[in-house]
Design a protein around this ligand. Structure first.
Ligand code: SF4
Length: 385
């Protein structure tokens, strides 16, 4: 049998946008900003003081592709757990601190890879910045200034009337300036809002006014369906202008789902090498097979595939042969049969009942070859300014 020529599905030859020039910080081993690949993060939902459950969830997140994880720290028991969690986690752990400045110091001492502070609700935060900056500097711990529409500083709420983009940006830059007074610039910033329109404008303004790396998020984005769409729209609008260095999709759903969505957004924008991609038609009155069933069965059969394989599942001969020819593997269906394409060539025609098993069989062969050739095993494709 002749060898099938293989290739990587094209990552756009030209970046979607020049990345905004930003400072680089290190969150443990993960670089954020300064042209580093856009990273995906999430947050645990366990009680942090339950070390076993938290580490278990972090392991699940790690397996799903999460690169940075944040844990809440509302009590002393949670603060006491941080050192063990930070030491045993395979990915860098950020402690998320609200209200109590003492937990900022505890998290830094515990060896967390970064600390998120919410300037809107930390008691006497402005008076403690000098000490926080000193402790963070001594331990090499970056700080995320995480401004949130729901907990905006009261002074700014009074000034602007509500959490406008200008208010979010002013809050973030004011707090950053307090750190800067003490020579501390190891900072990343987020200005989250639940309305993508406000959020996009806030990040756009922030991007123009500073060079700190930006953590993108639509806060309280909602249940999985709505939250996925809001996040995809907002991140797409910003990342397509080169804005954003790390992302967190917030869903009312298990955190591993957030990671899947985040990764898919980056892959869709060509900011990460694509993995398995199913190109399937929406079906129409010309369809000669049940395209939904076929696409679902092929997707299920290839779940977990890591190589960048593009599989076209098409319902008829209008666009079918064209799309199937462009993909690594494809089927164009019609008259109870499926023409199977591998790398642009028809390799066989099979009865409709054999389409799924044939596609899966051929996909496995191609994937094996790709793995042998080391395709898709490297760093994600990235756009560096
Ligand atoms: S490929 Fe054929 S069946 Fe599918 S949407 Fe296009 S015309 Fe309709």
């Amino acid at each position: 049998m002749t060898a099938v020529p293989l290739g990587v599905p094209e990552v756009p030859a030209r970046p979607i946008a020049e990345r905004r020039v930003s400072r680089r910080i290190q969150v443990g081993p993960v670089a954020v900003g300064g042209g580093a690949p856009v990273s995906v993060q999430s947050m645990t939902t366990t009680r942090t003081s339950d070390i076993g459950a938290t580490l278990q969830q972090i392991a699940e997140l790690t397996a799903s592709g999460c690169q940075i994880v944040r844990v809440a720290c509302p009590t002393q028991d949670d603060a006491d757990a941080l050192a063990t969690i930070a030491r045993k986690s395979q990915i860098p752990v950020i402690a998320d601190i609200h209200f109590q400045p003492k937990y900022v110091f505890a998290a830094i001492e515990a060896g967390c890879a970064a600390v998120r502070v919410n300037p809107g609700n930390i008691k006497q935060f402005d008076d403690r910045v000098k000490e926080i900056a000193q402790a963070a500097q001594d331990h090499g711990t970056p700080i995320r200034i995480g401004v949130n529409a729901g907990s905006l500083d009261r002074r700014l709420l009074q000034k602007y009337g509500k959490a406008t983009p200008e208010a979010l940006v002013e809050s973030a830059l004011w707090e950053a300036s307090l750190f800067e007074e003490h020579g501390f610039r190891d900072i990343k910033i987020s200005v989250k809002h639940n309305d993508p329109v406000v959020m996009i404008e806030a990040y756009r303004q922030l991007a123009e006014q500073c060079d700190y790396p930006l953590h993108l998020g639509v806060t309280e984005a909602g249940p999985a369906f709505q939250g996925t769409i809001k996040s995809a729209v907002a991140f797409g609008a910003l990342l397509s202008r080169g804005i954003g260095d790390t992302i967190r999709v917030s869903l009312s759903a298990p955190p591993a789902e957030e990671v899947k969505v985040g990764i898919q957004i980056l892959e869709s924008l060509g900011l990460r090498q694509r993995r398995l991609e199913i190109v399937s038609c929406p079906s129409c009155g010309r369809a000669q097979v049940d395209v939904y069933k076929l696409a679902d069965e092929v997707t299920a059969g290839l779940e977990g595939m890591e190589v960048p394989l593009r599989v076209a599942v098409m319902g008829c001969v209008v666009n079918g042969p064209g799309e199937a020819r462009e993909a690594d593997l494809g089927v164009a269906s019609g008259n109870g049969k499926g023409q199977i394409f591998v790398k642009g060539e028809v390799i066989k025609t099979v009865p409709e009942s054999k389409i799924v098993e044939t596609l899966i069989e051929e996909a496995m062969k191609i994937a094996e070859q790709m793995e042998q050739d080391g395709v898709g095993s490297g760093e994600p494709a990235v756009t560096v300014s």
